[in-house]
Design a protein around this ligand. Structure first.
Ligand SMILES: Cc1cc2nc3c(=O)[nH]c(=O)nc-3n(C[C@H](O)[C@H](O)[C@H](O)COP(=O)(O)O)c2cc1C
Length: 303
């Protein structure tokens, strides 16, 4: 039996495959389609202090090789999450990673404190890279100083492992990744969706209600791969790779580039079994190639 388990900071995962935040809700819709116990982790939709309505419709637009979204971090808020969504996730043995955000640094800390006090949360993923909200989001993840400041505030006050989710849209990802590592982040997730837009020719209006949005899916995979590789060569903490992963071969590319684990987002919309198929595909690949442990693949890119 090849070994698929990996460590993301202090978290031990039975395999490296998990959903990307916002594409898996709070797990319930997928539970009748796949066995959530098979996943390496479950990552929730981004949670904020209070419920958010998000951006006006249309909020999703299919493009060539991808999807544009301007959901605007619509979510139920931390209280409803605690009372109505988390109890469902506690039924599974899979570690739950809660993705979250705030509009100020204090708000990030407040949400993280509330979430980390809840039973059944294994780690927190701070979204410092949302491309489609007016305040916060991508701005928090754009400079060395702001990433360092927010990571420091979280690490000082929160006991659970902190994963910092960053964007590819920065001038130097190695510097930004070092800011998170330097302040004690346990891991980094890369990448969030890429800022983008589409225009309706008839009306000459933006196709998204939020005007601009984030591009995800296969179209961004090469961008994501390069960003993960750059970050992995700059820092020692684990990187969770995301962006356009649709099958086990995509996942392997990210692992070879230096990711310790991978997230699957947009592909879940087309085929909800994608993550299970990737886990099976990784297992089969290791067997066929006589590799005992998946960790031998991680960061094995040749010059
Ligand atoms: C509809 C939608 C909602 C998303 N919501 C969140 C979110 O709440 N928090 C977050 O950090 N990323 C969010 N993302 C970004 C994904 O987690 C992921 O980083 C990105 O889509 C790239 O992966 P993919 O190409 O596999 O979808 C969202 C993406 C989509 C498509």
């Amino acid at each position: 039996m090849p070994i698929l388990n990996v460590h993301v900071g202090p978290l031990e995962l039975q395999n490296p495959v998990m959903p990307a935040a916002g594409t898996f809700g709070y797990g319930e819709e997928y539970a009748s389609l796949i066995d959530l116990n098979q996943l390496g982790a479950i990552v929730t939709k981004g949670i904020s202090l209070t419920p958010q309505q998000g951006n006006p419709p249309p909020r999703i637009w299919e493009t060539c090789g991808g999807v544009l979204n301007s959901i605007g971090l619509h979510n139920v808020g931390v209280e409803v999450f605690a009372q109505e969504r988390l109890p469902f996730l506690r039924r599974f043995s899979t570690p739950v990673i809660v993705n979250f955000f705030g509009h100020t640094i204090d708000e990030y800390v407040e949400v993280a404190q509330k979430v980390s006090a809840l039973e059944g949360v294994a780690a927190l993923e701070a979204n410092l890279s949302c491309p489609n909200i007016k305040e916060g989001g991508i701005h928090f993840g754009s400079t060395y100083t702001s990433v360092a400041k927010i990571t420091n505030s979280l690490i000082r006050t929160i006991k659970l492992p902190i994963i910092i989710k960053l964007s590819s849209q920065v001038s130097s990802i190695d510097e930004i990744a070092k800011a998170a590592e330097g302040e004690g982040a346990h891991a980094i997730t890369l990448i969030n969706s890429v800022p983008a837009m589409a225009i309706d020719l008839g009306s000459r209006r933006p196709l998204l209600g939020g005007v601009t949005g984030g591009l995800s899916g296969p179209a961004i995979k090469p961008i994501a791969l390069k960003t993960v590789w750059e970050a992995a060569t700059a820092v020692k903490i684990p990187i969770i790779g995301a962006g356009g992963i649709t099958n086990y071969k995509d996942a392997l590319e990210f692992l070879i580039a230096g990711a310790t684990a991978v997230q699957v987002g947009t592909a879940n919309f087309k085929n909800p079994r994608t993550m299970v198929e990737i886990i099976e595909g990784l297992d089969a690949f290791l067997r066929q190639n006589g590799i005992d442990d998946l960790k031998e693949i991680i960061g094995s890119l040749k010059p």
